[in-house]
Design a protein around this ligand. Structure first.
Ligand code: AMP
Length: 460
């Protein structure tokens, strides 16, 4: 199928062509006709599938059809995203897709000055991309009315619920007209998401490109069991030995992110951490440096890295497994995007083998556990072993690389010799980074911490 067959305006097709898209991705093939037909959509799509264009292109077409009617310019399309980074990314994509259209797009998120948002709204905004907190600020200040809204998009709705935005979303809904078209996208379908969809969508068309909860097909998944306190050493070793130039590393907490970044830096790898405590400017800079190749390793918490679209990201590392199994899918979805292959490597300590089982159950795949020469687990009791009980011996299902196979037709867990199997790592002083890994529950920052403001308006 070609883009020309979808019935989109020539101005939109021109932008798509200029971006070098040759044919619509599977989600685009399904979503575009449904949205053009005015249907509500419940989309089960991971990032990396082209879902942004999937909802944006038909949305723009519909906005164009009614453009110029009515008086003062008011918001006609609203895209809600869970994080600032995702708002910026989606907003920038919309601006590209709308390059030849007469629309004004505003990207509004907390942590930066609200004043430029207010100025942009005064001039008139057609498309608003916002995080829930900032949108509520704008609504409560009376800066914005959404009574003319035609299309509402909830992007990464599962993450919005995880982050505790449900009350905000319900408050926002009260400001919206009932006659709108609603599009809800989510990588996973929990009962909460289904309940939200039941409330917000009218007879939605269900669109699923991958069966829900299935890990991205392009990604080779490797699980390496290693002692908690040797993970950093192994990680630096793999990056150096494989000469990897762009590596995204996931950790659970801000503290671990900072500490790991410092230690990797000491290992001679140019590394930056991004997490919710970093200023928006610092996060944007870190991302830009990583995208441009000035930074080799980006260490991120789940929230900070959510939805990031980084071209050519061949390696994603789970330095620790995520607390919630669903996040595993989000994390590994950072690599293998838009048809390119990628490798997601999880460094797993003995006490995480239980979490690994949850992940395997979620993705419906059994993942082979490798042990690399020179990094064999010591078999010491884990922190989570109950006092008085024997350490649980969970023998890995494969040792070394040669006999390690991926589950369910996935590629074997690596090609050729593994980084660690050629020669044992030199005995180095072990720095403990994982000892105090704790779980910081995901939550919204209180208003006071959402900080200052800056201009994000983008106008034609
Ligand atoms: P998304 O899932 O929307 O974050 O998109 C993932 C990546 O795929 C982005 O870099 C898009 O620019 C790219 N992309 C989206 N649609 C297409 C397409 N039809 N052909 C090629 N690349 C695309």
């Amino acid at each position: 199928m070609s883009f020309n067959e979808l019935g989109l305006s020539p101005h939109i097709l021109r932008a798509v062509k200029e971006l070098g898209y040759e044919q619509p991705t599977p989600i685009q093939q399904q979503a575009i006709p449904a949205i053009l037909a005015g249907q509500d959509v419940l989309g089960g799509a991971q990032t990396g599938t082209g879902k942004t264009a999937g909802f944006t292109l038909p949305m723009l077409h519909r906005l164009l059809a009614n453009h110029g009617r009515g008086g003062r310019r008011q918001v006609r399309a609203l895209v809600l995203t869970p994080t600032r980074e995702l708002a910026a990314q989606v907003g920038e994509s919309i601006i590209k897709y709308a390059h030849h259209l007469p629309f004004r797009t505003l990207i509004a998120y907390g942590g930066v000055s609200i004043k430029p948002n207010l100025d942009a709204i005064k001039l008139g905004v057609d498309i608003l991309v916002a995080t829930p907190g900032r949108l509520l600020d704008l609504l409560t200040q009376g800066a914005l009315t959404l009574t003319q809204l035609e299309v509402l998009v909830l992007d990464e709705a599962d993450r919005m619920l995880d982050m505790g935005f449900i009350t905000d979303i319900r408050r926002i809904m009260k400001a919206l007209p009932d006659t709108r078209q609603t599009l809800l996208f989510s990588a996973t379908f929990s009962s909460d998401i289904k309940a939200l969809a039941d409330d917000l969508l009218r007879e939605p068309t269900l669109i699923e490109v991958d069966p829900s909860n299935t890990a991205a097909d392009q990604v080779t998944q490797r699980i390496i069991q290693v002692d908690r306190e040797r993970r950093r050493e192994l990680l630096s070793h793999m990056i150096g030995r494989g000469n990897w130039q762009r590596v995204l590393v996931f950790v659970r907490t801000k503290q671990i992110a900072d500490r790991l970044a410092q230690q990797m830096q000491k290992d001679g790898l140019n590394t930056v951490a991004i997490h919710g405590d970093k200023s928006q400017g610092a996060r944007n800079r870190a991302l830009a440096d990583f995208r441009e190749g000035k930074v080799r390793v980006l260490v991120a918490t789940d929230i900070a890295a959510r939805g990031l679209d980084i071209d050519q990201l061949p390696h994603v590392i789970n330095f620790e497994l995520p607390q919630m199994a669903e996040d595993y899918i989000h994390r590994i979805g950072r690599t293998g995007r838009a048809g390119r292959g990628g490798e997601a490597i999880s460094l797993v300590s003995q006490d995480e083998l239980g979490q690994l089982k949850d992940i395997e159950a979620l993705i419906g795949q059994s993942l082979q556990v490798e042990i690399l020469d020179g990094y064999e687990p010591s078999g010491k009791p884990s922190r989570q072993t109950l006092p008085g009980s024997k350490p649980v011996q969970n023998p890995p299902r494969a040792r070394g690389h040669a006999n390690a196979k991926g589950g369910k037709g996935k590629p074997a867990a690596g090609k050729g010799k593994s980084e660690g199997s050629k020669k044992p790592a030199p005995a180095r002083k072990r720095e403990v980074v994982g000892e105090d890994i704790g779980f910081t529950p995901m939550r919204r920052l209180p208003k006071a911490q959402r900080g200052d403001f800056q201009d994000n308006s983008n106008e034609e």
